[in-house]
Design a protein around this ligand. Structure first.
Ligand SMILES: *Cc1c(COP(=O)(O)O)cnc(C)c1O
Length: 341
């Protein structure tokens, strides 16, 4: 049996049908603006969210970094949560690419509030302080245990940004997981942000690809920055075709990932060696082990029985459900979990 890989939703491999869509893609040189499949994906995604334009990139790190670099001048300041992916996991890109300053917010489960924004805007007339320029949130929130902002919460944050003249960016690596729970229309999210980054290679199961959405003028400049960062791709339509396939076929399946994650969460609640289970809101399950077992020992026992998970902090374990994990695999995982200790 292949390993049941619950380390991340990035481990999926393209299905047969996705590969067929890739094989039959019409491609051209996208740097010349001649790749039909890339253009179709960009137009489809932009219009889905009611945005004017979009640009296809290799990764979500690149879409976030291009967005920040395009929006913010060196020395200006970004407000984000202290556990934000853009800050923690993008290799110091904010400093290296945009030369920007960062104001970090503390808050439960990776969330920031309108009040946090208000309290952290620098006085624009005080030249001692960096000029506050942009607010970035994640939805769903990776280090927030896969939690999400509701539509009302995003609307309230957007209102403050608009009132204060701040740019509002969404790191929507897993925005479709959030939408699966919020059940709003994509346009209702699009209208709240100046730019949105979306990953196709997380729960949606494409092998490579992210999109950055925004106004035509913004995306025009973003393309220049993409080129400068080495992200201009040629016959990228093979990848875009996989992303289009993912958008058409896999968004619907996210609710099954969420159901399976909740099932794992509720089993964990009953186990003696589990100290606490974080609320399971989407496809991520985070739990803490009691003193009875070290996380490395737990992971090793798990792996012996063909299940993979990951630890990001001492005594804490993460499992993520995705397209390549079915009900039978969850059943096996539950059996393994019950048998440890
Ligand atoms: C995965 C992820 C990204 C982008 O990661 P890449 O691996 O570069 O595609 C950005 N933000 C969040 C919250 C993520 O989880």
């Amino acid at each position: 049996m292949n390993a049941i890989d619950l380390r991340s939703d990035t481990v999926t491999v393209p299905s047969r049908a996705m590969l067929e869509a890739m094989f039959s893609a019409k491609v051209g040189d996208d740097v010349f603006g001649e790749d039909e499949s890339v253009i179709a994906l960009e137009e489809k995604t932009a219009s889905m969210f009611g945005m004017e334009s979009a640009v296809f990139c290799p990764s979500g790190t690149m879409t976030n970094q291009i967005a920040i670099k395009t929006h913010v001048a060196p020395g200006q300041e970004i407000i984000c949560h202290e556990t934000a992916h853009i800050y923690l996991y993008e290799g110091g890109g904010i400093a290296a690419n945009a030369g920007a300053s960062v104001r970090l917010i503390h808050g439960e489960r990776g969330k920031i509030t309108p009040d946090d924004i208000m309290k952290n805007i620098n006085d624009p007339d005080d030249f001692h302080c960096p000029l506050t320029r942009l607010v970035s949130i994640e939805n769903t929130i990776n280090k927030g245990g896969g939690g999400y902002y509701t539509l009302e919460e995003m609307q309230a944050l957007s209102r403050v940004c608009r009132d204060q003249g701040l740019i509002f960016h969404l790191d929507g690596a897993r925005i479709f997981n959030a939408i699966t729970e919020i059940k709003c229309r994509t346009e209702e999210i699009g209208e709240l942000f100046d730019s949105i980054s979306i990953c196709m290679s997380k729960g949606l199961g494409a092998p490579v690809g992210s999109l950055l959405l925004g106004s035509s003028e913004f995306i025009h400049q973003a393309r220049r920055n993409r080129k400068q960062m080495g992200g201009g791709m040629r016959q990228a339509g093979y990848l875009a075709a996989a992303c289009s396939y993912a958008l058409e076929n896999n968004v619907e399946k996210l609710k099954d990932d969420h159901r399976r994650a909740k099932e794992l969460g509720s089993v964990l609640e009953t186990l003696p060696y589990v100290d606490a289970v974080a609320p399971v809101e989407t496809n991520m399950v985070f739990f803490r082990l009691t003193e009875d077992i070290q996380e490395q020992e737990f992971l090793a026992k798990f792996e012996e029985q063909n299940v993979l998970a990951i630890s990001l902090e001492p005594q804490s374990v993460r499992m993520v459900t995705h397209l390549d994990v079915d009900d039978e695999m969850i059943e096996h995982t539950v059996k393994v979990l019950k048998g440890i200790l």
